[in-house]
Design a protein. Sequence first.
Length: 125
Amino acid sequence: MIDFDPNIPIYWQIIEHIKQKVINREIQPGEMVPSVRTLALELSVTTNTVQRSYTELVRDGILVPVRGLGYKVTTEKRKLTKLRNNSIDEKVDKLLKDMKKMGIQKDEVKAIINEHLDQFEDEDF
């Protein structure tokens, strides 16, 4: 379920939701996504809204239409890697901008990041 933000178009939020599920491997490469009708019912939106989202995801190369069946997640590693890297870049950029607003200097940023990375040494990272 998506908790929709009234300030952002619904179709765009659906796109971002599906991208995040692909990035987080909740939907695997080659796996079918819910049908337009099923997802529309699940999210309480129109089928046109879901279709618009899926059309954009196809255009971006994230989804692939399967004739007579619906849509599946691409298996192209290059596209999936690009999707993941774009997500990482956005998150790192946001974090760094937020830290800059807080007045944190580069050396402090590096120390904070290294401290957090050290906490992962004992875990699978």
